[in-house]
Design a protein around this ligand. Structure first.
Ligand SMILES: C[S@@+](CC[C@H](N)C(=O)[O-])C[C@H]1O[C@@H](n2cnc3c(N)ncnc32)[C@H](O)[C@@H]1O
Length: 245
């Protein structure tokens, strides 16, 4: 028997072993190749690096910080040293939603107090200088005072993971002034509500694009079981760039 036959035998036995296959399955779920939310974030950061899109990372909906922590890893991997990581959350979980048809979530779900998240981020190596957390329900917290605090900021990557129509509507209204040509906007729950175009994040985006025709959202990736991302184009900025050119 050749060495290859021996290797094949061992691999066959290992693959049949439940412990080994659950290890593989765990790795698969965290793998960027599966085009999970983590893979999506990796692509978005690399896109910002390749295209020199200069701006921060905004995440709306943090819960226990899984995607937020991964965004920091990608900031380090792609040497986006100037990037600040902004996290926005009620820290009280989901608000009540007006949409009940096919809604799989409940008010208060994903509650995680701010101090707990801060401790988890510190344990993961976050330095105070590299992140900002903005507490409160978006209908209150995404206000003029916050625009003042964020003056001069731009968004290279926006991660919208707040599940519901109203939450996403408030996010898009707030975030529009920070978007650039080449900003990536990811919607983690785009195809929730059984994919209904008149519900959830899909509805919020459609209404936003109708209300603000200056923006085009170019489809970028479908990811995970229910996510979708877009590349932002702004007519005003396109016109300015052509005038310069
Ligand atoms: C699914 S969890 C986020 C998961 C997280 N990105 C991760 O990958 O671990 C959704 C989060 O959105 C927040 N959220 C949803 N709607 C909100 C709103 N209107 N205002 C503030 N936070 C909201 C909830 O508190 C919750 O933490």
């Amino acid at each position: 028997m050749s060495i290859w036959d021996v290797c094949r035998r061992i691999a066959g036995v290992a693959l049949d072993n439940p412990l080994f296959s659950s290890l593989i399955s765990g790795l698969d779920h965290r793998s960027e190749n599966r085009m999970s939310e983590l893979g999506m974030i990796a692509h978005a950061f690399q896109f910002a690096r390749i295209n020199s899109v200069r701006g921060d990372y905004f995440e709306f909906g943090l819960w226990q910080g899984k995607t937020f922590r991964y965004a920091r890893r990608m900031k380090l991997r792609y040497h986006l040293n100037q990037m600040t990581l902004w996290g926005f959350d009620s820290f009280e979980g989901l608000p009540r939603s007006s949409e009940t048809r096919d809604n799989i979530w409940a008010p208060g779900q994903f509650r995680n107090p701010e101090d707990q998240l801060r401790r988890a981020l510190k344990r993961a190596g976050f330095q105070d200088s590299e992140f900002e957390l903005v507490p409160g329900f978006f209908c209150d917290s995404l206000n003029g005072a916050l625009h003042h605090r964020m003056a001069g900021r731009t968004a290279a990557v926006v991660y919208v993971d707040c599940d519901l129509y109203e939450s996403t509507r408030d996010v898009l209204r707030f975030v529009q002034r920070y978007l650039l040509n080449g900003s990536i906007v990811c919607f983690d729950d785009f195809y929730c509500f059984k994919g209904a175009p008149d519900q959830g994040e899909q509805r919020a985006l459609r209404e936003f694009l109708q209300a603000v025709p200056e923006f085009s959202f170019i489809p970028y990736f479908d990811y995970g079981p229910v996510g979708k991302s877009f590349i932002v184009r702004r007519q005003e900025q396109n016109a300015q760039n052509s005038a310069k050119g």
